[in-house]
Design a protein around this ligand. Structure first.
Ligand code: SF4
Length: 428
């Protein structure tokens, strides 16, 4: 099989891993034009210093010995299969890099022959890139659950980031849909990577030239909606992963119905609104000081899809509001819907000079269509007369309706700049 055909199959297969998103465009350069876009899985990611970088995003192979019901690459699925040799991946990466198409490689793989065999092949790729080609670009690879620790450890010495995909939030889910996998095989490499990162940081404090180990940290992916697991279960798991394994990010991927296996839910399209609510809640865990148990509980285990999780929380805790914007401390300001991390800092700085009023808040970038119901400025309330959560909820839902056909955020959609800013800047 030609390398280009392999590239077509294996970059397309990689799009289900959401750690980065494929561009998917195919546009040739024109006369006097600048640059082009090709469909071979170039995607964007962020390096540990915060730069946005273009990556070649491919699977090494989509031949898989496992038969996970939710996965397009499962062994029982009849689809075109391909496998790259380590040399082919090295050549592609170097050639794309020299042409300035990419700044790095995102290399994942299905499980070919055995976890160890697959991990050995990944090792050959990264070892050659670093040692023979002196490639200094960014590399993100998978750690294959079930592979020996020594191989995972060796790979970690060459790459910037590693990820072990948990996919299903509970052991029961794994038993039902991916019986060849188990929780321990997934958590073991995760723990190994965490320990390696901690040791490497300690060693480098003493010996500056000691080798780095996965310097951009580790991530994982959870599939949303393939099982009956609640948002509470998913969020608790994410919280545990951040606290116990020091993960950089947990990515959520709405289940794409790629199979009619009766064990899977009958849905026509991926639950993208739910995926978005989980991303917003994840943001609240990482930057706003919330805990999973505050956002959801056993009586309310799933988010209200019509509202963002912070508004949902505020309405269930309406007795804490309204807060006086000139007196509330930083942590309380962060809990007000419409006030983000940057805005809370700006409020604290601005009110040192004079008391802030409603119009000042607009200038500071606060999303007033949400915040107005939860604050007072110089003692004055600008929301609706009663602090009734049901009435406020109706106002909030009417002012920000969830699109019926919810789709991925694009910079080119016809929506207001304010909403765009909220989505991108995370002013929840
Ligand atoms: S092991 Fe990975 S690639 Fe193979 S079927 Fe399961 S999820 Fe898909």
């Amino acid at each position: 099989m030609e390398v280009l055909e392999k590239l077509r199959i294996l970059s397309d297969a990689a799009k289900y891993d959401v750690s980065c998103s494929s561009s998917g465009s195919n546009r040739k350069n024109k006369k006097d034009g600048l640059g082009n876009a090709s469909s071979c899985g170039i995607c964007h990611s962020w390096s540990d210093d915060g730069r946005c970088i273009s990556l070649l995003k491919i699977l090494m192979t989509n031949y898989c010995i496992y038969d996970c019901a939710y996965c397009i690459n499962r062994s029982s699925n009849d689809l075109p299969r391909a496998i790259f040799t380590p040399d082919e991946i090295v050549d592609l990466t170097i050639n794309f890099y020299k042409r300035n198409y990419i700044e790095g490689l995102f290399l994942s793989s299905a499980v070919f022959r055995s976890p160890n065999h697959t991990m050995e092949m990944l090792l050959q790729v990264v070892q050659r890139l670093r040692e023979e080609e002196n490639f200094n670009g960014y590399i993100h690879t998978k750690a294959i659950p079930g592979a020996d620790e020594e191989i995972v450890e060796k790979v970690g010495r060459y790459v910037d980031r590693m990820s072990v995909n948990i996919e299903l939030p509970t052991e029961e889910g794994l038993k039902l849909l991916a019986p060849q996998k188990n929780k321990q095989n997934i958590l073991r490499p995760m723990n190994l990577i965490k320990t390696g990162i901690t040791q490497s940081i300690e060693e480098r404090k003493k010996f500056h030239f000691s080798p780095k180990f996965v310097p951009a940290g580790q991530t994982t992916q959870l599939i949303v909606g393939a099982t009956t697991d609640s948002d509470l279960k998913i969020l608790r798991l994410s919280e545990g992963l951040y606290n116990s394994y020091g993960l950089k990010r947990v990515y959520y991927s709405a289940f794409v119905p790629v199979s009619n296996n009766p064990k899977l839910p009958l849905i026509k399209s991926p639950p993208l609104v739910r995926e978005n609510r989980l991303y917003q809640a994840d943001w609240l865990l990482r930057f706003y000081g919330f805990e999973a148990k505050e956002l959801l509980d056993e009586n309310k285990p799933d988010f209200d899809l019509a509202l963002d999780p912070k508004c949902d929380w505020a309405l269930r805790n309406i007795h804490l509001f309204p807060v006086e914007i000139n007196k509330a401390d930083y942590n309380m300001l962060l809990k007000v819907p419409g006030i983000g991390v940057k805005s809370a800092i700006k409020i604290i700085q601005a009110r040192r000079f004079s008391a802030i009023d409603f119009y000042d808040l607009k200038k500071l970038g606060i999303v007033m269509k949400r915040a107005q119901y939860f604050i007072t400025c110089k003692g004055k309330y600008y929301g609706i007369k009663s602090m009734n959560s049901e009435i406020i909820r109706n106002q909030l839902v009417t002012s920000s309706p969830v699109e019926k056909n919810y789709k991925q955020l694009s910079l080119f959609d016809q929506v207001s700049l304010e909403d765009k800013y909220i989505e991108i800047g995370g002013q929840l």
